[in-house]
Ligand binder design. Structure first.
Ligand code: ATR
Length: 285
């Protein structure tokens, strides 16, 4: 009689650099919690080696993994089957094999939505103000479009990038000048910062003028930031000081990990306060 040793699933996160990624901590927390055999490791890959890395996934024994900056567009291009979210966003952050075919999804929009569902159930509205026009903004706009927002005002320091992104999406997305931010605030049911403004390593001087003023905001507005280092970014501190609803960005990171974990390890994991505290602890917050 032969002993059949079940194959242990091996997953990865790749980026350049990748050392800062919290994904290994999230997936290892779940592997332990659900008592599953499996591994999840960070693999740093330079852009020029990315295609070779993708082509060697099966040989290396990986069942799939996460992709972070700067490889998300390449991961999308190199995968053979792409779901609707990846296709609409034009970038992939989650890869897996189905019948030996490399499949891709983008779960950033899902993570964004699930985080707001968690902390602001029933969120929504007619108008959103999205600040920033990078890769993260694409995932946010995709979600807001799905969620039925009719007016998505997009402001970016570099106007041309906002125009390009607005052109890519439907007529609901309207590019506006950076200088118009405060005029758009009173219209918004949701305000989302997707820029790196407010990040710990992009420190704004304490006494410097905020890039947005929330004094004319609707009392029912929901304010959120996709930056989570620090957890309370300047825009969230301002919302808090004005007694406005706000949701911090760490939950987006936690929730975007859920669909990948389920594909690789077979269980849909739960994002709860225990995980949140664990990851905040690792971040030193
Ligand atoms: P990501 O993929 O994480 O969104 P990105 O593509 O580099 O990253 O985009 C970063 C966003 O932050 C952009 O909207 C960028 O504005 P520009 O397109 O004008 O570069 C914005 N950003 C970064 N630093 C900024 C600053 N000091 N002031 C205003 N916007 C800033």
């Amino acid at each position: 009689m032969t002993n059949i040793i079940p194959e242990i699933p091996h997953a990865f996160v790749t980026g350049y650099p990748v050392g800062h990624s919290l994904s290994p901590q999230i997936h290892r927390f779940w592997l332990k919690k659900y008592n599953l055999a499996g591994t999840y490791d960070a693999v740093e890959v330079k852009p020029e080696n990315f295609e070779t890395f993708i082509n060697s996934l099966k040989k290396k024994g990986f069942c799939g993994g996460n992709v972070t900056l700067p490889h998300k567009e390449e991961a999308f291009r190199l995968s053979e089957k792409k779901d609707q979210a990846a296709t609409r966003i034009g970038a992939a952050n989650t890869l897996w094999f189905e019948n030996n075919i490399l499949c891709a999804s983008n779960t950033d929009g899902y993570g964004f939505e699930a985080n707001l569902d968690d902390f602001a159930p029933g969120w929504g509205g007619n108008a959103a103000l999205v600040i920033g026009a990078g890769g993260a903004a694409r995932a946010v706009i995709y979600t807001l479009e799905q969620r039925g927002f009719e007016n998505i005002y997009l402001v970016n320091r570099t106007r041309a990038r906002a125009d390009k992104l607005a052109g890519y999406f439907g007529h609901q997305v309207k590019a506006r000048n950076w200088s118009e931010i405060d005029d758009l605030v009173p219209l918004a049911d949701l305000i989302v910062n997707t820029t790196s403004l407010g990040m710990t390593n992009n420190l704004i001087k304490k006494d410097s003028e905020p890039f947005i003023h929330l004094d004319q905001a609707k009392p029912s507005v929901l304010v959120t930031d996709i930056v989570y280092t620090p957890l309370m970014t300047p825009i969230l501190l301002q919302a808090k000081a004005r007694n406005l609803n706000y949701v911090d960005g760490i939950g987006m990171l936690l929730h975007q990990a859920v669909p990948g974990f389920e594909r690789w390890f077979g269980i849909r994991p739960v994002v709860d306060n225990e995980l949140r505290q664990e990851i905040l602890g690792k971040m030193g917050q």
